[in-house]
Design a protein. Structure first.
Length: 208
């Protein structure tokens, strides 16, 4: 939900054309949880409750809310290009009586946060859907603290029964190279146990 969209409508990852109704994402959320359960995924990169996390391309708050519940002494920046997505996320945050989420409407390549200001950046099913991939990874590196964690969920160029056109997908080897060029050290690449075309990447911002 960031920057220019490829014109393939809504797919499992939740990516959309500008102006799309975020309520449609909410209607799909329970199904999405069967493929990407937050309670299984968040512990892979959130290891302490006082971290500051950037959910870049937050959509309707699928990961923002469970992350905020875990980060009892931390904070989540929920960033999306589409204001209606940020507004929906913040509405849900208020309904859940959470006070540690700040919503920001901004493109992935130009996030209004200070250098070295966050501990964790999450890019979930987002990078393949934008044209500013290199800039978005550079921005993630800029806002991360040295040694900070980048966690990504992406879709491989194999048939998994859903998802965007093959030509926009990012294979793991290609993503590894992009991350190295952006200054990250790739720590782990793993396949999703629930959906064969999805994979996870955990990377660390390399020391300057």
């Amino acid at each position: 939900m960031q920057d220019k969209k490829h014109k393939h409508g809504v797919h499992f990852g939740g990516h959309i054309l500008p102006g799309f109704d975020p309520e449609v994402l909410l209607a799909r959320e329970e199904h999405r949880k069967t493929m990407l359960p937050p309670d299984e995924i968040l512990p892979q990169f959130l290891t302490r409750n006082d971290a500051v996390m950037l959910d870049l391309g937050c959509g309707a708050g699928f990961f923002t809310l469970p992350a905020a519940r875990f980060l009892t002494a931390g904070k989540v920046y929920a960033v999306d290009l589409q204001k209606s997505m940020v507004d929906t996320t913040l509405r849900r945050v208020k309904e859940a009586q959470l006070s540690n989420v700040e919503g920001i409407t901004a493109p992935a390549a130009n996030v209004p946060l200070a250098d070295s200001s966050v501990d964790v950046v999450l890019l979930s099913m987002m990078l393949h859907d934008i044209d500013t991939r290199t800039q978005a990874l550079a921005e993630a590196a800029r806002v991360l603290k040295p040694g900070g964690t980048l966690f990504m969920i992406e879709i491989d160029r194999i048939d998994g029964g859903f998802g965007p056109p093959m030509e926009v997908r990012i294979p793991p080897d290609e993503l590894r190279e992009m991350l190295r060029d952006a200054g990250f050290t790739v720590l782990e690449v793993s396949d999703s146990p629930r959906q064969k075309s999805l994979y996870f990447v955990r990377a660390e911002l390399s020391a300057a």
